[in-house]
Write a protein that binds this ligand. Structure first.
Ligand code: ATP
Ligand code: MG
Length: 566
């Protein structure tokens, strides 16, 4: 099966002219809004930002940068439940890490008073009323997609009565759920959302910024369009699930008297295979201890991806590749991995680390001798230079998988009697396989050819395999955290309970890997390619000089695409 959005290995990083940028370019050319282009990124601070937000961030800030406009960071914090300043800080931190800076930092909760005033304005115009039906009655009288709703018996209250009730709602005289302010639109409107939408509701719940100052909270459909309009936003970009809300958006900014109001345009959400994206679901993973926190490297959060070793540039390139369209799609994991690899390939040094060590004793190498071999950090096709010294000694470790006692035909690595190249080192030949009583291989005896120092034979003889290694005596023991996908199926959102399809093997900890000693001098959070293994980053939190910890960002080869191609 082929996927229309499957990637090639090299992501196209040229900026895409998507349908939204086309539209903005037209609006700039015709001066449609009579003012500077203005966008906003409006997160609700009820969780950490994730890779879906990266798409919205790159779009909103990208348009600001491309067209010389403004972009506000506005926290859409009008629902007191679940919002917290720690999430505000996470958004600010991660947006900056991605490389963007907002023009203004704003909070919808700072608009509570002004939003309330708009409520009074609508009442005075006869465009809103206080409904005193129960929540249940309101729901029951909305009608269905095929049948109209019925008017509330409170719909024709006088302006005076409405104003009196509204003021007392604000003053805290009523309990939760006793009254709401509703727009007076049309209970038979074909768009269900237009059937007298609720604008303000009573919640005697403290707000993380406003404390107990308010008990009357605006709903999204009331707060969002008016916040945009008050800020002079021109292009209000949001995801497709708000498509039907666009009618309310237009109605409200018009009723409230804004000239050349902002206009809403929808695009499809980014969603990624083998993960969930909603903050509510991600919170569940954190709360239930499935992951170590919001920044667990398996999480699709920006902080998780950062701790995993992904760079801001890699993430932005990925989002560019995925593009901005109106077609709902789930992006293949391979597309993200390809973008991450191609970014890291050009920037990180190569070092040697042995994941599952097998001891090799070079029987003809002087005992106690240690020599330093020069090893370059980058291959020829990367425009960076630099090298380090790697110690070589009589006892080495190689990868257990790089030796086979009875190799099949296409296995070109070490085997009894076979000669291979140790990267940057010497040619070695396996002479003996030493086993324990149970028949397990415990070490290999090899000879080395002193004439092949640096990895070339003066007589021109060739070997078919080159393997990586470290000195057994000079290398450092380290912990590797190998990550796999968090869910076992590509669409965990599609099953009844997403927690039932968790991958129990999403994390493998290797506690006795061995790494060349050069890395000890590097700061925490340094990224590498471990030769022939994958891209890794030293864990910025858990790694210490006494116990080095590396997180695998991504493997070297694109295993998923292979599996998919079959
Ligand atoms: P979540 O379900 O993760 O909480 P949300 O849409 O409620 O998502 P917000 O914090 O309110 O999250 O979103 C802030 C902005 O980011 C909105 O404009 C929203 O449309 C956008 N956004 C959120 N998720 C995605 C996504 N997966 N792809 C693209 N844009 C997104
Ligand atoms: Mg939300």
């Amino acid at each position: 099966m082929t996927h229309p959005h499957s990637s090639s290995d090299a992501p196209n990083t040229a900026p895409h002219r998507d349908f939204i940028r086309e539209m903005v370019a037209d609006d700039v050319a015709t001066n449609r809004f009579g003012r500077q282009i203005a966008t906003r990124f409006p997160p609700e601070p009820n969780g950490f930002p994730h890779i879906g937000h990266v798409k919205a961030i790159c779009l909103n800030f990208g348009i600001r940068d491309e067209f010389g406009g403004r972009c506000n960071l506005r926290f859409d914090d009008t629902n007191p439940a679940g919002e917290d300043v720690k999430y505000v800080e996470a958004f600010k931190n991660d947006i900056r890490w991605l490389g963007f800076e907002w023009d203004e930092e704003l909070y919808a909760s700072d608009y509570f008073e002004r939003l309330y005033e708009f409520g009074e304005l609508l009442v005075r115009k006869g465009s809103a009323y206080v409904d005193s039906q129960t929540d249940e009655e309101i729901r029951a009288t909305r009608g269905t997609v095929t049948t109209p709703g019925t008017n509330s018996r409170y719909r024709d209250r006088s302006v005076e009565e409405n104003l009196d009730l509204l003021r007392r709602m604000k003053a805290g005289e009523f309990a939760d759920g006793t009254h709401v302010l509703r727009g007076k639109i049309d209970m038979a409107h074909p768009n269900m959302l237009m059937r007298d939408p609720i604008l303000l509701r009573i919640r005697h719940t403290p707000h993380y910024r406003q404390g107990d100052a308010w008990c009357l909270y605006p709903l999204y459909d009331f707060a969002h369009p008016l916040s945009d309009a008050m800020e002079g936003i021109t292009h209000s970009l949001c995801t497709l699930e708000f498509k039907d809300n666009n009618d309310i958006y237009r109605w409200l900014v018009h009723e409230c008297g804004f000239e050349r109001p902002p206009e809403q345009t929808e695009f499809s959400r980014l969603s990624l295979e083998y993960t969930v994206m909603s903050k509510r679901k991600l919170l569940r993973l954190v709360k239930d201890g499935i992951v170590g926190g919001w920044d667990d490297p398996r999480m699709p959060t920006i902080s998780g991806l950062r701790r995993r070793g992904v760079t801001p540039e890699g993430l932005r390139a990925f989002v560019e590749t995925a593009g901005v369209t109106r077609k709902p799609q789930r992006t293949e994991l391979a597309t993200l991995e390809a973008a991450v690899r191609s970014d890291l390939n050009m920037r990180v040094p190569r070092v040697m680390c042995v994941t599952r060590p097998l001891k090799v004793v070079l029987t003809n190498y002087p005992e106690g001798q240690v020599e330093q071999l020069e090893a370059s950090y980058y291959p020829h096709d990367v425009p960076k230079t630099g090298s380090r010294m790697v110690p070589f000694s009589r006892e080495l470790y190689i990868e257990r998988d790089d030796f086979m006692e009875n190799p099949p035909k296409k296995f070109f690595r070490l085997a009894p009697g076979r000669e291979v190249r140790l990267r940057y080192g010497y040619f070695i030949t396996c002479t003996d396989v030493i086993k324990d009583a149970a028949g397990e291989i415990v070490e290999l005896h090899c000879t080395y050819d002193p004439a092949t120092r640096g990895g070339d034979a003066p007589d021109g003889r060739k070997v078919q395999g080159t393997i990586h290694w470290v000195s057994a005596t000079e290398s450092l023991r380290c912990e590797l955290r190998l990550y796999d996908k968090l869910f076992t199926i590509p669409d965990p959102d599609d099953v009844e309970d997403f927690m039932s399809v968790l991958n129990p093997e999403s994390l493998t900890v290797v506690s006795d890997a061995r790494i060349e000693p050069s890395v000890a001098a590097d700061p925490l959070g340094t990224r590498y390619q471990f030769e022939r293994t994958g891209y890794f980053i030293s864990d910025p939190i858990d790694s210490t000089p006494a116990r080095l910890v590396f997180n695998r960002t991504v493997t070297l080869r694109d295993t998923w695409a292979k599996v998919a191609r079959g």
